[in-house]
Each structure stands twice: as structure tokens, then as C-alpha cells.
Design a protein around this ligand. Structure first.
Ligand SMILES: Nc1ncnc2c1ncn2[C@@H]1O[C@H](COP(=O)(O)OP(=O)(O)OP(=O)(O)O)[C@@H](O)[C@H]1O
Length: 348
């Protein structure tokens, strides 16, 4: 049976903030608990149990802040990643329904596709397309035998920037990822990058958080101190210190990913190491010869390298307002990539 289509309601509030909220219809399931939303499918708990071999250890592919992630084989041959919320997690939500609503409206080729959900028997589960080649974090040091050359790294950086720019500037409502890091960027079989894990982190529309997104000034959310959580090395100073989360705090974390892309080093302390090593007079390596990942050191092109590092450091500025927007970053990386490809062709 086709599920009922949600009707969209457009509310214009006093502060000019626009929110589009679907009206949920009671489910077609016999227990009447499952809301239906056209873009996302409802999976029964039994079905997810079956396709993950009863959430077996063999199917476990990861553990995150939300809970455990299992690989699942659907009867129609589709392979999925099933995120099963742990009840102790702060991400186990009362407002699960409204978050699914947002998730099901996010469609971008650089964001992992959300396929559906389940909440039944006290469980909360989210189902995504399965991305086969693992995380950027694991791939950069060469784990799993995949070598990422410099051009591929630029493409991955561009893909991830596109995904994040979409969340910030095109998704409705705008979404702050809140947890940008190289382990939240997955690579598919063609090594295209897809961003994961923004869900249930810090969606700006959450009622219990103050939020404003004035025109032209980006989006910002205040997170209560007990909910400030992140990975060391990636957290913007204003988020770490004051719980202020914004599109620009995502930009900060992204800048750190850019430095990882070039060095294949872990983020803690990396920005200072790079800043101290920079040598403006070194036309070739910008002073970074010993810091660049040795597997790409012969591939990086001087101008591209310099511009890429400068862009990363702009993202990592202490003052959020001095950081570029994700779409500016996207454009700059695109130019670096195009110039890099032109140079490569000439050299060949
Ligand atoms: N769609 C997916 N396809 C393949 N593997 C996935 C998928 N989603 C998650 N994973 C794997 O599961 C791991 C944990 O994912 P998850 O998004 O829950 O955690 P996280 O990013 O570490 O944590 P957090 O929720 O704190 O951001 C990932 O690092 C990845 O290895």
C-alpha cells in the first residue's frame, strides 16, 4: 500500500524565519505507531533484524555517538547501513520523528542517502545506503590498499565541500552538520565522497535550542554545555568554549580535514605544525616538504598546494566571521582542481 504523502505547511514567523514542517499522518501499520513520509520508507524491526543477521557482530561496521552501525542485506539485493540508537546515547530522541522529516528531505549526491527508519519496540533505527570503501580517515593513511593521489584528494575535498554547502545553503531548514571530520566522510566504489552523520547531531530547528539565521549572516545555534560534544582537534573554539555552533564552526572542522588531506596526519596540533613550517620563499613546497604525505609529495603542484593550504588556514581562523563560507570554499577548490588538471596535462 502506498504511504500517505505528507502535506507541507509553510510558516512565516515574526523573525522572518521560514520553517517547512510536514504534517504526519498516522501509519498504515496495524499498530498505528509508524508515521509515513513519502521520501523515506518505514522498515519493520523484524525486517532490519533479518537483513542484519539479527544485528550480529559479523555485520557490525562501526560504532558512533548515535549507537551501532550494521551492514544489512535487503531481500531486493540492496545493501544498507543500519544505525541502531543506543538507549544511553544523548542522541536517543524524543523528537526522532521531526528529525526523520528533515533527513528525508536531504537529497544530494555528496550526502549519504537516507533510505528509511524504524521505531518500534523501544528501538530507533535509521537506514542509509551502504557506502563500500570506508572513511576518508581510514583511507588517507593507506589502510585497505586504496591510494589517494593528489588530484583524487582535491576531488574528495570538493565533493565534501559541496555536500556541506548544500546542508548550509540549500537544505530547508538549513542544517549545521556539527561533527565534520574525516571519519564522517565516506568513499564509494568510485572514490566519490559522501558526508555522513549530521543527523541527530545539531539540527538548527530544534525547539530546545536558541536559533537564529539572519539573512546573509549564516546560521547559528546555541547548544547547552552538557550537549557540547565533538572530536578533539576538529572543534571550533567558539563551540568548545561557548557551545556556539554554526555553519562557520563546520567550516573550521572542514579546514582541519583539508590539512589531513594534504598531510595524512591526525588533526590534534596539526594547524600549528603547518603554520610554523610555512616558508613563503619556498616556491615549490611552501615549507611543507616534510609534512606533506610522502605518498603525494611528488604530485602536489606549487601554486595549488599553496592555495589549498592558505584556504585551509582561512577556515581555521579563530574568529568565525573571518572564515569563508562553504560555497566560497567549494569554488576555490574547484579552481585549484581545474588548474591542477591543466598543469598535469601540460606535464604529460
Ligand atoms: N552509510 C554507511 N555506509 C557504510 N559505513 C557506514 C555508513 N554509516 C556509517 N558507517 C560506518 O560506521 C561508522 C560509525 O558511523 P557513525 O556515523 O554512527 O559514527 P561516527 O561518525 O563515528 O559518530 P558520530 O555519530 O559521533 O558522528 C563510520 O565510521 C563508518 O565506518
Amino acid at each position: 500500500m502506498r504511504s500517505a504523502r505528507p502535506q507541507l505547511r509553510l510558516e512565516l514567523r515574526k523573525d522572518e524565519e521560514i520553517a517547512v514542517a510536514p504534517i504526519w499522518h498516522s501509519g498504515t501499520k496495524s499498530d498505528g505507531t509508524a508515521p509515513q513520509l513519502s521520501a523515506a520508507r518505514y522498515f519493520s524491526f523484524e525486517e532490519l533484524k533479518r537483513c542484519s543477521n539479527n544485528f550480529s557482530r559479523d555485520n557490525l561496521i562501526g560504532v558512533g555517538g548515535f549507537g551501532q552501525v550494521y551492514k544489512g542485506y535487503c531481500t531486493n539485493g540492496v545493501i544498507v547501513a543500519i544505525k541502531r540508537a543506543s538507549k544511553e546515547s544523548i542522541f536517543f530522541r524524543k523528537d526522532f520523528q521531526s528529525e526523520i522529516d528533515v533527513l528525508s528531505r536531504v537529497h544530494h549526491r555528496n550526502i549519504v542517502r537516507f533510505l528509511g527508519f524504524c521505531f518500534e519496540q523501544g528501538e530507533q533505527l535509521l537506514v542509509y545506503e551502504y557506502i563500500s570503501e570506508g572513511t576518508l580517515f581510514d583511507t588517507l593513511p593507506g589502510k585497505g590498499g586504496v591510494h589517494l593521489d593528489w588530484t583524487k584528494r582535491l576531488q574528495i575535498a570538493l565533493d565534501s565541500a559541496r555536500g556541506l554547502a548544500y546542508l548550509h545553503e540549500l537544505a530547508n531548514p538549513p542544517i549545521i552538520h556539527g561533527h565534520v571530520k574525516s571519519s564522517n566522510i565516506l568513499l564509494d566504489k568510485n572514490l566519490n565522497a559522501k558526508v555522513i552523520s549530521f543527523v541527530l547531531s545539531k539540527l538548527v530547528f530544534e525547539k530546545d535550542k536558541r536559533h537564529v539565521y539572519p539573512q546573509g549572516r549564516g546560521i547559528i545555534a546555541q547548544v547547552e554545555s552538557e550537549h557540547v560534544a565533538g572530536t578533539f582537534g576538529y572543534m571550533a573554539p567558539e563551540y568548545k568554549e561557548a557551545g556556539l555552533l554554526s555553519d562557520k564552526s563546520d567550516v573550521y572542522s572542514y579546514g582541519m580535514v583539508m590539512l589531513e588531506v594534504i598531510t595524512a596526519k591526525r588533526p590534534a596540533g596539526l594547524a600549528n605544525v603547518v603554520k610554523e613550517a610555512i616558508d613563503e620563499n619556498d616556491q615549490e613546497y611552501y615549507g611543507l616538504r616534510d609534512i606533506i604525505d610522502p605518498t603525494i609529495v611528488n604530485q602536489v603542484r606549487n601554486v595549488g598546494l599553496r592555495k589549498f593550504v592558505q584556504l585551509a588556514l582561512k577556515c581555521l581562523q579563530d574568529s568565525a566571521s573571518d572564515r569563508p563560507s562553504m560555497s566560497q570554499i567549494m569554488r576555490e577548490i574547484d579552481i585549484i582542481l581545474q588548474n591542477d588538471e591543466t598543469t598535469t596535462v601540460i606535464i604529460k
